[in-house]
Each structure stands twice: as C-alpha cells, then as structure tokens.
Design a protein around this ligand. Structure first.
Ligand code: GLN
Length: 357
C-alpha cells in the first residue's frame, strides 16, 4: 500500500506504508546512527516526533527485546529508505513491521531519505504528516501541519510507580523523565542501588529517602513545557545532594537555576557527535538525541560554567555547577545506541557521591 510523507513546506514523498495504516502529524527529525535502530525506536525521548533513519537499510537483525531501551517504540512515525524483509540474527525475536503495528505506529519506507534529510538540514526541523490517503489535499493539510505543536510529553513516557534495582553500593534516586534503560543499568552495574521515581515525584519525597545522589534522566519534548518538574529540580539543587543529569535533565537543571534554552535548527541525533571536555581538552565521540540546547551566552558563572562543547557547531554539551556537586551533560554517556566513550562519567558521579571511582 502506498504512503505519503507531506512536509509543512509542501514537499511530498511517496513510498510504501509500513506499521499501522493510520494518519499521523508529528515533528520530523532525522537520526544518523549507522547501527542501533532498536535503541533509537525505544528511546522515550522520541515521543512526539517521527524519526527518519538516514542509514539506508533498517531492520536487518530484527527486534531483539534484550536490546530495547524501554518497553515499547515511542516515535509517532517511522521513516526509512529500505526496511529489511528478511531479518536474520540468532537473537531476532520479531520484525520492525510487527513491532510498529502492535503499538499502532505508522511509517513509510522506500523514500529518498537523503533528500528529506537535506531539506531538514537546510530549512530546519518541521512538522509533517504520514498518510495512506491518496486524495490528500495540501491546501487543508499544510495549515494543520503549521499549527501543530507537540505539547507536554514527559507525562506520557514516565513510569507510573516507583521501582528499585537492588545494589549494595551508593543509593541513587533516578527521576524518570523518559529514561532509557541503560541509565539505571549503568549505575546498577557499578553497584548502585537505583530507585526510579515517576516524573511527578516531589523533591521532598526524593530527599526523604536520603539518597547519596540524584540522577535526572533524558526525556522528550521542549524542556520549557516541564514547569512543575523544574520547580522540584530547583529544590533538589538547593538540597546540596550530588546530582548528575543527562540531556532533558541537563536542560531542566539549567532552567531551574536561571539559564535559558532554545530550539536548534535541526538538532543532534546520531552516534558520532564529538564533544570536548573543556577542562582536559580531550574529545569524546558521543551518542546524541536532542533538539534543544542550553544558552550559555548569559550563563552566570557564580551558578554554572560550560564543561563540554560540541566540536562541530560549538553549542553547549555540559555544565559544571559552581560550589555544588552537580554536573550535567547534553549527550548520552549511557550510549545505546552508539559509542561508550563517555561512560566514565558514571564513575565520576559515584566518586562525587563519596564512592570509589
Ligand atoms: N534525549 C533527550 O533527553 C532530549 C531532550 C529534549 N527533548 C530535546 O530534544 O532537546
């Protein structure tokens, strides 16, 4: 069955329908990772977005549930050049087709994903529609696409109740804003006992459990939509508990302490983004998935100073909080997908909590 991807600027791509046969409007973004399509599909930070994979062949090793970053795929839509019809791997348990269908996610295959990516790079991220309706009418669809906003998405992806991963080491409270599994796993495999809290948890409840440290996770959407969470994070900041934050968590800590964030032209999503540690000058290759970034122009050095920058475009990739045991990064030290070069940051966090590195 035919499917169409209609962009807000009037471009239309014609391909084949994959996944659910339904219409969806979403923000269209692209990811350049050459491996790890399953980790991308199950990363809750993609909620509210349709993702185009720039790697031309997707799905060739199928779905291996052990590798998922959450219990389901989260994008609103999935866009690929070629979807493998014969996944082959000894760990393969399902196909992308079934996985998308089961969770009612529509997609489109067989389009020129390079052309789509060039449009998004030149004009910036925009909204689009995936539909199987051949009689689509651009005059009515384009205004709908222009008017569409993603809104609050963290509440859709956070866990519904507290969960504990047992460990004999430092006690970490992880605020789940849409956390990828490998954040808790990275701490747990270093011995930490990790308590995962829903995003609506108050700072008082977290602090009452006397954690050795607090971890703020990644998550979807515009950080400025998280007004309630930002207030709680402000209290966590004032508590003097060691804090490590990743991606959305990093943006929310910045907003909670007086800095600003803005939307980037087309964001960073892929497995090869170079980030420079400003203290050592060393560059790490990082896994990334973000559309917003912290502004550092008016950063108050009494509150925080830049700790990492992106080598490609100079944007901020991390902050170190002055006089506090707090550091936050825009990239993904938990990898999955992508390079594990910055996994040492979990060891740094454990040291900050008074543990052995
Ligand atoms: N991976 C994330 O945590 C993404 C953060 C935020 N939703 C952004 O797009 O910038």
């Amino acid at each position: 069955m035919k499917a169409f991807l209609i962009l807000e600027d009037g471009h239309v791509f014609t391909g084949t329908s994959i996944g659910a046969k339904k219409e969806v409007i979403s923000e269209i973004v692209f990811n350049t990772s050459m491996t790890g399509y399953l980790e991308v599909l199950t990363d809750p930070s993609y909620a509210g977005q349709a993702v185009c994979m720039t790697y031309p062949l997707i799905g060739n090793y199928g779905i291996c549930y052990e590798d998922t970053e959450s219990l389901r795929p989260w994008p609103d839509g999935y866009i690929v050049r070629e979807l493998s019809r014969t996944p082959s791997n000894f760990r393969c348990e399902d196909t992308i087709q079934n996985f998308l269908k089961r969770f009612d996610i529509p997609g489109i295959a067989g389009i020129d994903t390079r052309a789509l990516t060039r449009i998004l790079r030149e004009k910036g991220t925009m909204n689009g529609m995936i539909t199987t309706d051949e009689n689509y009418d651009l005059d009515t669809i384009i205004p709908r696409l222009k008017a569409y906003t993603t809104g609050k998405v963290v509440e859709k992806v956070t866990c519904s109740e507290k969960k504990v991963l047992k460990g004999s080491g430092k006690k970490v409270a992880l605020l789940d804003l849409g956390a990828k599994n490998n954040i808790a796993k990275s701490l747990n495999k270093r011995g930490c006992e990790v308590t995962i809290y829903p995003a609506s948890t108050t700072a008082e409840e977290i602090l009452a459990s006397n954690p050795d440290g607090i971890m703020l996770s990644n998550g979807p959407g515009d950080p400025k939509e998280c007004t309630e969470v930002i207030k709680e994070i402000r209290k966590l900041y004032e508590s003097d508990t060691p804090i490590f934050a990743i991606c959305l968590g990093h943006q929310l800590m910045a907003l909670a302490t007086g800095a600003d964030t803005h939307k980037m032209k087309y964001g960073h999503r892929g497995g090869n983004h170079p980030v420079k540690d400003l203290e050592t000058g060393r560059v790490y290759i990082s896994s990334q998935n973000h559309g917003y970034v912290v502004d550092t122009d008016n950063l108050d050095p009494k509150v925080a100073v830049p700790a990492f920058i992106n080598v490609n475009d100079g944007t901020n990739e991390g902050l170190k909080y002055t006089g506090k045991n707090i550091f936050t990064v825009q990239f993904h030290p938990e990898a999955c997908p992508g390079p594990q070069d910055s996994g040492y940051l979990f060891d740094r966090f454990i040291k900050m909590m008074g543990g052995e590195e």
